[in-house]
Design a protein around this ligand. Sequence first.
Ligand code: HEM
Length: 395
Amino acid sequence: MSSASNRRRATRAEPDGPPVERSGRVWRIRSVDAARQVLRARRATRQAGFTAEFVPKGFLKHHPILMSDGPLHDEQRSKVGRFFAPKVVAERYAGLMDAAASARIDALVGEFDLAEVALSYSVEVTAEVVGLTHSDVEKMARRLVTFFRQPPADLTRPDLGRSPRQWLQAAVNGLVPIVRFHLADVRPALRAHRRTPADDIIGHLIAQGYTNADILVECVTFGTAGMVTTREFIAMAVWHLLTDAALAGRFRDGTQAERLAILNEIIRLEPVVGHLYRRVTEPLEVTCPAETVTLAPGDLIDVCVRAANADPETVGPDPLALRPGRELPPGVDASVLTFGDGAHRCPGQPLALLAADALLTRLLARAPVVVREPTLGWDDLIEGYTLRDFVLRVG
Ligand code: HEM
């Protein structure tokens, strides 16, 4: 399984370099081992990705989970963790994913844009887990994608490399979708939950005394962190499967464990979030095989996920080949760093993978053919790929 055709599709010119590289006050980490030391260094760093350092939080009682750090963050995570445990996802949401996947795939006729199907499906599944179930899924999906219409940002620069005009545009482009999302999706869900408590994330946040503003911000986090990433991954997985007959055959005939190994290997090669950032808050020693370096408070760490996921020290030879079930050192996840590591590790991995599996299994059973390969783009906020206009046809 190592022909050129099944190598990384989302290619982008990124500077190659050593496992740990310093450039001024920015440390670029491309080694899995060093990245895990950094991401697991509790208390010595804080979240600096997703423009977290520029998001005003003063008006909130609780900081959004993605952007908070320290003991409060640990507590937030352990409380929502029960909605995302692999067993819970498999038992509680399997029926929901099956129904949402079947409804979409059974209704397909002729040509369709897979990027749109993947978006509406990912939004529906995540919305159920979160409790955003009192508005129209298709319209909510449209609202969520507008969060990503942001001017370019370079997280390694103190002003993100934006002009004052671009900052103004960022504020408007950020706030308008939040107000719309609040009025159309979050407010109706909050009202319904306050009338009839439900066992979902919104229900849990209400029980924990979160204010409406806190809950809105958390819904934005889950909406963008969960729904939009899963959408891109589904499109990428379909692109690999439909252009590699042997891989598609393995997927179709495989057990669920084998299918998940294929999906994990695709997402290792094609991480949706390309870089993770942390700001150093206390001196931090990182050992990479050849040397030990000390990162100073104020330094910025850029974990280059795309490079690290192809680190031959961890993933072995031919790191850019798609080889499901490749041998990895003990303790390294099959997707390597695609879902992060340490304090902010993504809680949504089981949900994303099982949701993708449910949709892809049904889609492949309808033997779709590619009419038009997707257009590859890049998103600055998650530093990851976007796939659009991916036209398929079913008989
Ligand atoms: C293919 C799909 C997904 C990918 C690639 C992905 C990736 C990631 C990554 C890399 C992080 C860590 C960020 C960091 O360390 O700075 C993260 C965090 C997070 N993800 Fe995901 N994610 C996916 C799906 C989901 C889903 C389905 C949900 C939930 C519905 C979700 C919810 C979250 C949340 C709440 C966080 C913040 C956790 C924290 O900061 O403590 N993600 N995700």
